[in-house]
Design a protein around this ligand. Structure first.
Ligand code: DC
Length: 227
């Protein structure tokens, strides 16, 4: 059976680089569920839907067509035919996404689509690494391997600031830290599917590890025959 790996953790813990790296090394597909919540948020902002109004977001959330490309070497996200892979990383999306992600109708739709992506991969006999906040707990509770990846707050803020600086050279660690703290609080306290480690997840702390070491640690939890 193809492998299914769930990787959860807070913003900036290195989930995306780790998940992509694991998928590349093992020849699996890579599904970034955060990109789906970001794409939904980008669409809401683009269509001037008030993201502070959960009912308005719920009413509109079935409209955007969201397509994820799941090759770990070139992941991409396309909304209504437009490649928004870069736009979804901008600050306006980052500061609104946890509001949109807290709307139950949004989650119901995206969780359904996330499971469909996995079903299609399995039908093609290909395994998947899926990353997010609720993958091991809600989306794929039967995953073969569950990882909860953390890093201390400062390391996460520095990583996020470096990512953001690609799009905005004035972005600094202090803004990244404030944005992350705010997002962590909202993501872990929301009522629907809060950020939470599954009881059967392996905890990996990447604070003092290189990317390769984190990838090794994750792969090390697989039974020898599956590495
Ligand atoms: O991983 P990320 O920073 O790109 O995620 C963006 C936002 O989406 C973040 O605020 C949490 C939310 N999210 C979620 O609620 N559930 C997921 N499975 C993935 C992301």
């Amino acid at each position: 059976m193809p492998l299914i790996i769930a990787i959860d953790g807070p913003s900036g813990s290195g989930k995306s680089s780790t998940s992509r790296g694991v998928a590349e090394r093992l020849g699996l597909r890579y599904v970034d569920t955060g990109a789906m919540y970001r794409a939904m948020t980008w669409w809401m902002l683009d269509h001037e839907v008030d993201v502070d109004d959960p009912e308005a977001v719920a009413d509109e959330c079935s409209r955007p067509q969201i397509r994820l490309e799941i090759d770990p070497r070139e992941p991409r996200i396309v909304v209504d035919g437009r490649d928004v892979s870069h736009a979804i990383r901008q600050d306006d999306v980052a500061s609104s996404v946890s509001k949109v992600a807290a709307v139950p109708e949004v989650r119901a739709r995206l969780v359904r689509e996330q499971r469909q992506i996995v079903s299609r991969c399995l039908a093609d006999d290909i395994g998947v690494v899926m990353e997010g906040r609720d993958i091991g707990t809600v989306v794929l509770p039967d995953a073969d391997l569950k990882i909860y990846l953390t890093a201390d707050a400062e390391a996460r803020a520095e990583r996020r600031a470096r990512e953001q600086q690609d799009g905005d050279p004035t972005y600094d660690v202090a803004s990244a830290a404030a944005n992350l703290a705010d997002r962590d609080r909202r993501d872990s306290t929301r009522t629907v599917s809060p950020l939470q480690a599954a009881s059967d997840a392996w905890h990996v702390d990447g604070t003092h590890l290189s990317l390769d070491e984190v990838i090794d640690a994750v792969i090390g939890y697989l039974p020898p025959g599956q590495r």
